[in-house]
Unconditional design. Structure first.
Length: 391
């Protein structure tokens, strides 16, 4: 799975305004993080050196305002990202269903409708973490470390260099773990789609299975696929937990290096007290977004894997007949009928195959009203399948 799937962003054009708001609020959060650390360092230094209570009270009031504003900005960014996710999911669902209808029943007959239904429902719902948490955190993982490095370097260049050197370790370890996560997540999603599709097929054919005494066998198949999915899900969670441990350990070691060199220089009087506090407060903030984006990467992996399956369907080319029909409808003034309200009429329809003297169907005339249920009966070879799946 890529860090950012350009196809998802391409389909996110309808939600572009919400994504822009998310990025702008991410910039605001970045500035507020730096301001919060500077105010806390100033307040602690003022309290340690006995500055007047009025100055300290003013600093604390501004600090409270910054903390509240940061919380509001973070909430607004996540709310905007959730709205973006809702629009993208709606757009992808419409495209998926419309493309499946254009591909026609001949293509659908060779697929598992249960898997497609799982992709359009449970799979697309997995995009919520991708847009609501992963993408905003990805923006913060770029902005916050850069702002912290610039601020710390301006205050103390030695600490800034240490942070800049140790920062690449976090994405490096995250990339190494992500290589294994990609395969595990794809296998988990493939098993989930297989389980959903097979279960739907079993439910639809349950009366036939009971008649022929094959229900127990299908029960064993569902139990086997469920067990495989459980194992895949636990393997993915195990990778996520181990990656979190690796990233936390590397971030803790990098923070400890900065804390040790800052403490030693503060002890020997080579660094002002307020500057040391600012460095110590900002250093964890530099590594926190990178650790968080790695965690959200695992949370959004299922939705991205489902999106890849949906894009594979959307990339399926139309048959020549379906393409001609779609092109004729698009180029004409005739509106595409709504199957929920329009009637389906056949007037003396016949179907024949090359090299056969006898017609496979027809002549057949019928009208099906909206919401009407009909039953086609006849011996084998009468043309029941041909009615639903014309050549």
């Amino acid at each position: 799975m890529r860090a950012v799937d350009p196809r998802l962003l391409r389909h996110a054009r309808a939600a572009r305004s919400y994504l822009i708001v998310t990025v702008l609020l991410g910039l605001a959060v970045t500035g507020l993080i730096v301001a919060q650390a500077a105010l806390v360092a100033h307040a602690l230094a003022a309290a340690a050196f006995g500055t007047g209570a009025r100055v300290l009270a003013g600093t604390l009031a501004v600090l409270l305002l910054v903390v509240v504003t940061r919380g509001v900005a973070a909430y607004g960014g996540e709310a905007a990202a959730l709205r973006a996710a809702a629009r993208v999911k709606s757009q992808l669902r419409r495209k998926l269903i419309g493309h499946c209808l254009r591909l026609g029943p001949a293509w659908l007959g060779g697929q598992q409708p249960g898997q497609i239904a799982a992709q359009a429902t449970r799979g697309l719902d997995g995009l919520d973490p991708y847009f609501a948490r992963y993408l905003p955190q990805l923006v913060l993982s770029v902005l916050v470390p850069a702002a912290v490095v610039v601020t710390v370097t301006a205050a103390d260049w030695i600490s800034g260099v240490v942070i800049a050197v140790t920062l690449p370790l976090i994405p490096l370890f995250a990339a190494l773990v992500g290589l294994h996560t990609k395969a595990a997540t794809r296998r988990q999603w493939r098993l989930l789609a297989q389980l959903g599709g097979h279960f739907l097929d079993v439910v639809q054919g349950l009366p036939t299975l009971k008649v022929f005494g094959r229900a127990k066998f299908q029960e064993q198949v569902i139990a086997r696929v469920t067990g495989e999915y459980r194992s895949a899900a636990m393997a993915t969670l195990r990778v996520a937990f181990l990656s979190a441990l690796v990233l936390e350990l590397s971030a803790a070691l990098a923070t400890a290096v900065v804390a040790v060199e800052t403490g030693l220089r503060l002890l020997y009087g080579h660094m002002p007290y307020q500057t040391a506090l600012l460095v110590l407060l900002l250093t964890p903030e530099a590594y926190l977004p990178l650790r968080a984006v790695a965690a959200q990467y695992h949370a959004s992996a299922e939705g991205s894997a489902a999106a890849e399956s949906i894009f594979a369907i959307l990339d399926t080319p139309l048959s020549s007949q379906a393409a001609r029909t779609t092109a004729s409808l698009a180029g004409s003034a005739v509106a595409v009928p709504d199957v929920r309200s329009a009637a389906i009429s056949l007037n003396a329809v016949t179907v024949g195959y090359p090299g056969r003297d006898r017609l496979a169907l027809g002549p057949l005339s019928l009208t099906i009203g909206p919401g009407e249920l009909i039953m086609l009966t006849g011996p084998s070879g009468a043309g029941k399948t041909t009615v639903l799946r014309p050549p």
